[in-house]
Design a protein around this ligand. Sequence first.
Ligand SMILES: *Cc1c(COP(=O)(O)O)cnc(C)c1O
Length: 427
Amino acid sequence: MDAFQYRENQLFCESVPVARLAEEYGTPLYVYSGSMILDALRTLQAVYAEVDPLVCYSVKANSNLGVLRLLNGHGSGFDVVSGGELFRVLKAGGDPGKTVFAGVGKSDPEIAQAIDAGVLMFNVESEAELDSIARVAAEMGRIAPIALRVNPDVDPKTHRYTSTGQKQSKFGVDIERAVRIAQTAKDKPSLTMIGMHMHIGSQITSVDPYVKAVAKGVELIRQLREMGHPIAWYNMGGGYGIAYKGHEARPIREFAEAILPGIKAAGCRLAIEPGRVIAGNAGVLVSRVLYTKQSGDKRFLIQDAAMNDLIRPALYESFHRIWPVAVPEGLPAPPTDYEAEIPGAEPRDVVGPICESGDFFAKDRPLPPLDRGDLLATFSAGAYGMVMASNYNTRPRAAEVLVEGDQAKLVRRRETLDDLVAQELDL
Ligand SMILES: *Cc1c(COP(=O)(O)O)cnc(C)c1O
């Protein structure tokens, strides 16, 4: 489903006109569709139903408490990568027993916090971390449930910054090492190895890397069980790609069809850690055009949203569809095919006010004529958008609104300048 539709040339989020939200809450503004978030969650729960799935929403994709609370209310578990994210899950009423804790650099206090909260399992990323978890758990007189994060050495064919499952990656351990670590784990009474974890990358748009990874995972689980580890969970991680342009990703169902036979063969419950596929397409970033400008033969749209609000284009060379919130009469809805000619559109660079050449959302992007004051929507900004926002150039971070049907709720107010200096005032 797509809850962002044009009606009579106006962009709506569900039943709410986006322009009205921009008037009420100002720009830049993140707008999320609750129905789209839940639709993705339900689809994931349904397609994996045969293996009793636990969907652990990856909090780092969009950690707004309103979003977490919504997901929690519909049976989602959570994947956290820091004590801070665990704190958010608990604040949102999330169940620690449905929460997995990943990340290559867990500190002792974070490990203790997670044991104390009672997380479902730790995704263990190295032998040294295994030792730390065993020690902290022993000190607390507890047994920590763990899953080894294994690096299956497959190429997810994604951007080099979002590839995590190859041998030279900092994440997880290779399979041979995993077998050795699993041997030593047997001698640690404060650990119980109940799962095996893989997360091979992000924005993966083909099924093939998952199929290769699962084949290796099933074989490893057999070996781990032979050693006596009570493996009950196959955690496949996240990484499901979404359509940023229009139709480049495979449907969720196709991934499931490819992965399911392996999981069934392993005889495990499935955990997955989807982030982007739940939140990505469910959010837009709304901005206002400040200036139009020409330099050489380049035309620029200078808008009030910038790389501090959405860093993906600068960080990952990523593509986001951008289109006016109000489409001029006679022009089409936003394109889904950028190869084709777009009538009435001219190439522009969409840039923000920040003093960096990397501060752009799009280059030479076909757009209809626009003027100062016009609103723009940058689509598919719901994941890895606001969570990566910063205050660079002392810019207050954007507000966030969560829409459900005809209701819009402010789930994060815009920062004030006083917020920005609050921690420094003591000086
Ligand atoms: C980032 C991350 C995810 C989520 O990835 P998506 O591409 O957003 O689905 C899941 N698991 C781990 C361990 C991660 O680091």
